[in-house]
Design a protein around this ligand. Structure first.
Ligand code: ADP
Ligand code: 3PG
Ligand code: MG
Length: 396
């Protein structure tokens, strides 16, 4: 099976391309914290523009329930305007039929950006009529949203039923780099997982126990594992529905040649984060406080593991990095990764946002635009959004 790429997309001058991108970026007071995900989509946008195509871009931002101004793509439209030096028209009620006329008028002079695609419920349901509506805006579909391609959604999967569909340049690059990393990784292979999206990450961890030599945990996901082990985690962010699953992962680890590591010391404060942060062993978390970062002993331990590793994959901040008092674990980790001689891969929306010093990024082997998607790809070698871009060699 061959991936259909932009090279297969011929004669696009005057044609319209529906481009799905992953502009799911963390906003800080309405401003974009880190624009990597937009910057990485520019090669595809420029490629299409240069060949005379008009472009309609779709992306989600966060997980809104219906229309919610806090999740508007306005800041993204602004950034895109700045980066592409082209007018960008944000289309509000894109799911309505009447939006189609506005789009076909405006697309001649502007890049069209549809408002947060998740404002319409059909997106996450992969609703066939909604997919058809999106497809009716364009002649071709290009998917550059590697970071969202683990989702079976309309703008990722459903739309491909109605349009000739291709992988964008970012998608192609991600597939190339990540498949290289897992085909014969230099060992030991160290996987460092943090962040808060426990449900999607936990099942991937379970399966990555087969390929990793060590899995080291931090962030809120580590809280869930500490709770599963039976330790008190006080008021920490714990995904109680995932505790049973974490126990299964512990059990499976006993049957694999893989070490699963939890933080041995943690940084705590009260719920309002008013109390001065304090370091305690993982066995002594009082009931009225929460864990917000990994402690210094854990940081040194993970640094040693990084020194010895041949390949390192990191996704998910080690703590509540948005508060500068709880970003030491995440900062130290990045610093250690940047000075490591191993092949390093990092990825994730928040992981990228959490990076304080861009100079460290230059030292990383591959910076992926995907978080959970990157992990799912490493585990399965494909994603639902990639499967629909494969063809068996016939003309498309
Ligand atoms: P990524 O986008 O890199 O895959 P996630 O979305 O899974 O990462 O998680 C990032 C979020 O996890 C951040 O908002 C961060 O504040 C939160 N987080 C990490 N550790 C903790 C913790 N101990 N308590 C509360 N939130 C945490
Ligand atoms: C991500 O940041 O991991 C992607 O944009 C996917 O977001 P989601 O987990 O809300 O689908
Ligand atoms: Mg995130």
């Amino acid at each position: 099976m061959k991936l259909r790429t932009l090279k297969d997309l011929k004669n696009i001058s005057g044609k319209t391309v529906f481009l799905t991108a992953d502009f799911n970026i963390s906003l800080e007071n309405g401003h974009i914290g880190n624009d990597t995900r937009i910057v990485e989509t520019l090669p595809t946008i420029n490629y299409l523009k240069k060949r005379g195509a008009t472009i309609i871009i779709a992306s989600h931002l966060g997980r809104p329930r219906g229309y919610d101004a806090a999740f508007s793509l306005k800041p993204v439209a602004h950034k895109l305007r700045e980066l592409t030096k082209t007018d960008v028209k944000l289309i509000d009620n894109f799911w309505e039929k009447k939006a189609l006329d506005v789009i076909s008028r405006e697309k001649q002079k502007n890049i069209i950006l549809l408002e947060n695609i998740r404002f319409f419920e059909g997106e996450e349901k992969n609703d066939r009529n909604f997919s058809k509506h999106l497809a009716s805006m364009a002649d071709f579909f290009v998917n550059d949203a590697f970071g969202t391609s683990h989702r079976v959604h309309s703008s990722i999967v459903g739309i491909t039923e109605f349009l000739p569909s291709y992988a964008g340049l970012l998608m192609e690059m991600e597939i190339h780099m990540l498949s290289k990393a897992i085909s014969s990784p230099k060992r030991p292979l160290l996987l460092i997982i943090g962040g808060a999206k426990t449900p999607e990450k936990i099942s991937v961890i379970e399966r990555l126990l087969n390929i990793a030599d060590t899995v080291a945990l931090g962030g809120a996901i580590a809280n869930t594992f500490l709770a599963a082990w039976g330790f008190g985690t006080g008021r920490s962010l714990v995904d109680y529905e995932m505790v049973e699953m974490a126990r299964v992962v512990f059990w499976k680890t006993t049957r694999k040649h893989c070490a699963l590591l939890l933080p041995t010391d943690v940084v705590i404060s009260d719920m309002e984060r008013k109390a001065k942060p304090k370091v305690v062993p993982y066995t002594h978390v009082p009931h009225n406080v929460a864990i917000y970062d990994i402690g210094p002993k854990t940081q040194s331990h993970y640094r040693e593991l990084i020194k010895e590793a041949g390949t390192i994959i990191w996704n998910g901040p080690m703590g509540l990095y948005e508060d500068p008092r709880f970003r030491k674990g995440t900062d130290t980790l990045l610093e250690s990764l940047a000075s490591s001689s191993a092949f390093t891969i990092i990825g994730g929306g928040d992981t990228l946002t959490s990076i304080s010093k861009a100079k460290y990024l230059e030292k990383i082997g591959h910076v992926s635009s995907g978080g959970s998607a990157m992990l799912a790809y490493l585990e399965k070698g494909t994603l639902p959004g990639i499967e629909v871009l494969l063809s068996n060699g016939e003309n498309t």
